[in-house]
Design a protein around this ligand. Structure first.
Ligand code: FES
Length: 289
């Protein structure tokens, strides 16, 4: 079935669903491609920072933690996949596979990023999971749509999708937005209690989850309290304090940071210090302000 016939032969409800899902997926890819911070470590919208936040709150956090060290590659894959699924859906190229891809991607995002959203219907990923599943089941019902012919025509059609995905990503980079979108990590307004002052002695550290939903480390010294994000500025793995060497170390690629000197880099591969987190003592509590 060619492109024109594919639209003409579809029922109106399916056409609406197909158009909405296809355009939305292309827009999602464009949104990432044109975000200058998405593949830039240290940025609030860096994919590694987002994955790190997901890993602390998701039922599939163990799986996310396992791939954190390849955050940039995952970001590129997700961006290209969104363009490809959107284009394949609109252009009727392996549409059943595209619908399956959209379903798997939405389900993964639901589990990873929106699982904590209550009530569940406020998380758009839950709705997209069901929309893609419904569309997939409709297409799968007419089996002939699920076939991708391995001939020259089939190769050309798949190549078209790959080309659109790559060109979309490159053009998005060329037209980068000047400001990054706000990180989708759900930062709260106002101060947040971290720990009671009596529960942490001078010389001790305390791991906590920041208002942005990312792991962080609190330090108490003779001069007061301070804290840093525990999200490594290389690829977003979580750093840990080593009490013997008195520094923060990343287990993924070996970056080391000095928490007593602004979390500056002691050893690469990154050259950006860890992000500082504002903390203060308020009454009996140490809070993130
Ligand atoms: S993620 Fe590579 S050194 Fe931390």
């Amino acid at each position: 079935m060619n492109l024109k016939t594919s639209w003409r032969n579809q029922l109106w409800p399916l056409r609406i669903l197909r158009a909405w899902l296809g355009f939305t997926w292309i827009y999602a890819g464009w949104d990432k491609a044109s975000d200058p911070g998405f593949l830039t470590s240290g940025s609030p919208t860096f994919i590694g920072t987002q994955l790190s936040a997901f890993a602390t709150n998701s039922p599939i956090g163990f799986a996310i933690s396992g791939v954190l060290e390849n955050a940039t590659q995952i970001g590129i894959f997700v961006m290209l996949a969104e363009f490809a699924i959107g284009a394949a859906t609109l252009l009727w190229i392996a549409p059943t596979w595209a619908a399956m891809g959209g379903f798997v991607m939405s389900l993964t995002l639901w589990l990873a990023s929106s699982w904590q959203v209550k009530p569940y219907f406020l998380a758009s990923n839950s709705a997209y999971t069901i929309l893609w599943l419904t569309y997939f089941l409709f297409l799968y019902g007419s089996r002939r749509n699920s076939k991708v012919s391995v001939d020259r025509r089939g190769f050309l059609r798949v190549s078209t999708v790959v080309t659109i995905a790559v060109v979309g990503a490159v053009v998005g980079k060329l037209f980068s937005r000047t400001t990054s979108a706000t990180a989708s990590t759900g930062a709260e307004a106002g101060s947040k209690k971290i720990i009671e002052g009596v529960a942490i002695k001078v010389g001790e550290t305390h791991n906590f989850i920041s208002k942005a939903g990312t792991p962080a480390v609190l330090f108490r010294t003779k001069t007061g309290v301070f804290a840093y994000s525990a999200v490594c500025t290389h690829e977003g793995c979580t750093v840990a304090f080593n009490s013997a060497s008195k520094n923060l170390q990343c287990g993924c690629h070996g970056a080391v940071f000095d928490p007593f000197d602004g979390a500056k880099v002691v050893t690469g591969p990154t050259n950006q210090p860890l992000a500082k987190i504002k903390v203060a003592t308020e009454g009996a509590w140490i809070v993130e302000s």
